[in-house]
Structure formats: structure tokens, C-alpha cells
Design a protein around this ligand. Structure first.
Ligand SMILES: Nc1nc2c(c(=O)[nH]1)N[C@H]1C(S)=C(S)[C@@H](COP(=O)(O)O)O[C@H]1N2
Ligand SMILES: [Mo]
Length: 462
């Protein structure tokens, strides 16, 4: 195993890769653009109380620029696996071995299913480190790995990998049951990752509240039931072990906490979410993991944005974001099933703007409303009263989102407003204002504007 390719220079790949490359010139890195630029300029630096060092390994964002790997070490997030495999496929040979140090349970199986050969060595990383900046990893605790053949045997390649780690000074334990090791780490992850986010604090804060022990036992109990059904029995005292491991690292946060604070996506779907999915398939109830998954998504995933939603902001106590489903669930008396009755040139379902403006708490002085297209190019401003009395937001046609070509997914129309008529295609933002706002309407008004129900004659030029 001469050529080693480390994928990712995050808290795991960066730490272990940098150690490996310290004494081995055949370690290269496959990196994302941003990290690559930083590593090319400043090298890859590990800062630690045990010592700080920088390596300058060969690196690229295209694996074809790097030596063909005999060993690939994956240290990327579980959700990046598929993309990385697509990138790697052209440079892998029949002999290339892949070692996974990722969180999650099914990484190894997903790789085998995709590459269809016995190319995977399972791994678990025990480390607490953080990305301080691209190419700079702060290392706090541990820094060991466990590796094992999925079938449990002691292969030549396994011993070679162990020797690679050993010569880099990284403790590397051979596991005869790497699947179980991964499930045990999974238990820890599924307990402390979501809890540190939900309590917005370090792990000690969870350990020191006895009521939390019940929650921990339930999370682990559900995981153990799922893993047992998948033929990986865990010890009966698994929850106590998870807590005991944690006492010596009381002051840490977790990777999920760090991902959350750094605005990165979390691995919740690959952790508690995976337990929920498997539980569903196996008929095993996993209510606490389900609650954790739901709460983490709600806490960490940003409000929806983009063309599928409309945001009401400005002079409001708190901005709100609504999608078609949310709008459809607003009270019936604000819904207009078929706007062609009030505006013959238009078709579809609409919500009265009055109903929309009831959702956020408006500031007391609010008196105008500006409807912005989501591309920011077009806007119409009405007085709050006009918007309430005349504004309709078209949002559905034949049970589907209002199509682009018809000014969807949200289109403001104002039948009956006369010369002031406002018609905005692709509304993305409704800005509540104190005083008038942006208006790009041409003086020539769209057809149908000035009409009330029934007529469609006047296209006024003012
Ligand atoms: N976002 C956006 N909405 C818009 C416009 C625009 O340029 N951008 N033009 C307005 C004008 S002047 C007219 S006449 C109508 C045209 O609507 P139509 O494309 O359905 O005919 O959209 C109105 N709404
Ligand atoms: Mo127009």
C-alpha cells in the first residue's frame, strides 16, 4: 500500500491525514475547492496542546491529478459519500482499498453495493477536533482509530493499514467485530450529538442532570433493538457504557453541535434518522430517536428559502415564511377557489392577501405593503388598506403549484383596484412598511387590471 489518498481535510480527515503525511511522502489529499486553496497556500496545520505542526501534502480537487491510490481514507461527512464515490470511481483500481472513518452505520455497505467488490475496511474514529479555518484543524481530545475487516478476519491489508497508522503515531486498534464497534460509536453519537444541540451546551450539562439518564437509556435502547434485529447485538449495559466513556470528555461539544454553530448541515439523517428509518422497516418503534430527529431538523435547518416560498418581513414582529402547503391551510374564508370569477383572464386558486397579512404580527405603524418578485427586479407598493381589500395571491392551478409561465409560484393580482392595479409575477417577498416603498410598475397597467368581476376590457395607459 504505497499511495494513500485522504478524502477531506475536516476534523477527521485533516487530523489523521496530516499525521500520516508527516512521515510519509505518498499521502495525498482530495479536497474541496475552498479547502484546497487554503492548503495550497498555507499547508495543512494541526494545532494541539500536544504540539502544532504543518504539512504540505500533494492535493487537488480532482483525483485524476493525484497518484492512483492503493488506499483511500474517507473522512468526509456521511451525506457526501455518494458524490465522493462518483469522483473517485475513475481512479480506483481492482486493488484499491477504501477505509471509512465516517460516522454512520451503512457507509461500508453503501460503498460495497456501489463498487461491487470486496474493497472496504471498516473504521471508527475516536477524536475530538474542529475546523478552525479551512486547512487549520484544532485538536482537543483523543485521536485514535479502530479498524476491522467486515467479516472479522485479520487480513494482510488490515495489518498494513494498522502499520501505517502506527508509524504515524496514531493508536490503531484491530477490531474483530468492527460492525459492533461502529454501532457502539453510533450509540454515543445518537445520544450526545442531538442532546448537545438541544441543550446548546457541552456534554457535561447532559451528564449532570439525572433526568437525562432516562432519555439516554431510551435512545440507546431503541438503537440496541434495531441493531439486534440487524444481527449486531449490543451489551445490555450499553447506555451506562456510553455515559461512562463520556465522563472523561465532559467538557466537549460534538460534531453536530459544531456543524450547527458553523452553519453546516448536520448528520442527523445518518444518525438518529437512520435508526428511525431502519426501525420503520423492521417494525421496531423508535419514538425518542424520532423526536430527536424532528427537533434537530427544526433547530438546525434554516427556514425554507427560494422560489417555493413567500416571506413576509419588514415592519413585523417576526418574519414568517409560507409555502403552498401552509397557505392552503389558512382559513377557508380567505381562500378563493377560482379567481376567474373575479378576474376572467386569470385562473387558479388564490389566498386573500388579508389572510396572509393576518399571519405575522404587524408593527403598529405599518401602513404600506411592497410585493417583490423573487428575482428582486419587480415590485409594487400598495397601501395596507388596498392590499387587504384587493390583493389576491394566486398560488395553485389544478392542484399543482402555479407554473412559472403563469407568473408562479405566487402571483399578486388586484382585481377591482382600478388604475392603481398591481400585478406581480413570482412574488417572493411581501415587505410590510412604514411609509411607501419600491415600485417598478410601468404607468401602462397590465390587462384586466381595472376590471371588477365580469369585464376584461380595459388595459389602461395612465
Ligand atoms: N415579476 C414581474 N411581474 C410583472 C412584470 C414584470 O416584468 N415582472 N410585468 C408586469 C406587467 S407590465 C404586465 S403587463 C404583466 C404581464 O403579465 P403576463 O406575462 O402574464 O402577460 O405582468 C406584470 N407583472
Ligand atoms: Mo404591462
Amino acid at each position: 500500500m504505497k499511495q494513500i489518498m485522504v478524502v477531506g481535510a475536516g476534523s477527521v480527515g485533516g487530523f489523521f491525514g496530516a499525521h500520516l503525511s508527516k512521515s510519509n511522502p505518498n499521502v495525498s489529499f482530495l479536497l474541496r475547492q475552498r479547502t484546497l486553496a487554503a492548503v495550497k497556500q498555507h499547508g495543512l496545520t494541526i494545532r494541539s496542546a500536544n504540539g502544532t505542526f504543518t504539512v504540505r501534502p500533494q492535493s487537488s480537487s480532482d483525483p485524476r491529478d493525484l497518484p492512483r491510490p492503493d488506499l483511500v481514507i474517507l473522512g468526509v461527512k456521511a451525506y457526501d459519500l455518494e458524490g465522493v464515490l462518483t469522483q473517485l470511481e475513475p481512479v480506483l483500481t481492482e486493488q484499491s482499498v477504501i477505509l471509512t472513518l465516517q460516522n454512520g452505520i451503512d457507509t461500508e455497505d453503501r460503498i460495497i453495493a456501489r463498487l461491487k467488490r470486496d474493497c472496504v475496511v471498516g473504521g471508527v474514529a475516536f477524536i475530538y477536533s474542529k475546523i478552525a479555518a479551512p486547512g487549520v484543524i484544532d485538536h482537543y481530545k483523543k485521536g485514535a482509530v479502530a479498524i476491522g475487516e467486515l467479516m472479522g478476519h485479520e487480513s494482510q491489508r488490515l495489518l498494513q493499514i494498522r502499520d501505517l497508522f502506527a508509524s504515524a503515531g496514531i493508536p490503531c486498534q484491530l477490531s474483530k467485530d468492527i460492525r459492533r464497534s461502529k454501532w457502539e460509536k453510533m450509540c454515543w453519537n445518537c445520544v450526545f450529538n442531538p442532546i448537545t444541540v438541544l441543550i446548546d451546551d457541552k456534554v457535561a450539562q447532559a451528564l449532570d442532570h439525572p433526568e437525562m439518564m432516562g432519555v439516554i437509556r431510551q435512545i440507546v435502547g431503541e438503537i440496541a433493538a434495531v441493531s439486534a434485529a440487524l444481527k449486531v447485538p449490543l451489551p445490555a449495559d450499553m447506555a451506562d457504557r456510553v455515559v461512562k466513556w463520556t465522563q472523561e470528555i465532559r467538557d466537549i461539544h460534538t460534531s453536530m453541535y459544531d456543524d450547527w454553530k458553523a452553519g453546516r448541515r448536520t448528520e442527523i439523517r445518518n444518525l438518529n434518522g437512520y435508526i428511525v428509518d431502519q426501525g420503520r422497516v423492521l417494525g421496531i418503534p423508535t419514538p425518542v430517536n424520532e423526536a430527536m430527529t424532528a427537533m434537530i431538523k427544526a433547530v438546525t435547518e434554516k427556514e425554507k428559502a427560494g422560489p417555493g416560498v413567500v416571506r413576509i418581513d419588514g415592519a413585523v414582529v417576526q418574519p414568517v415564511v409560507l409555502d403552498r402547503t401552509a397557505i392552503r391551510q389558512l382559513p377557508e374564508d380567505h381562500q378563493i377557489e377560482d379567481v376567474s370569477k373575479v378576474m376572467p383572464s386569470m385562473k387558479g386558486r388564490a389566498i386573500r392577501v388579508k389572510g396572509l397579512l393576518d399571519v405575522p404580527a404587524l408593527r403598529i405603524q405599518a401602513d404600506h405593503v411592497t410585493f417583490h418578485s423573487f428575482d428582486g427586479m419587480y415590485a409594487a407598493t400598495l397601501s395596507l388598506q388596498q392590499a387587504r381589500d384587493f390583493g389576491l395571491l394566486l398560488y395553485e392551478l389544478d392542484g399543482e403549484p402555479l407554473p412559472d409561465g403563469k407568473g408562479g409560484p405566487f402571483r399578486l393580482i388586484t382585481p377591482g383596484l382600478g388604475d392603481l392595479c398591481a400585478n406581480v409575477k413570482g412574488v417572493g417577498r411581501i415587505e410590510i412598511r412604514v411609509g411607501p416603498g419600491k415600485d417598478t410598475r410601468p404607468s401602462e397597467r397590465p390587462p384586466d387590471c381595472a376590471t371588477g368581476a365580469g369585464s376584461s376590457s380595459s388595459h389602461r395607459i395612465t
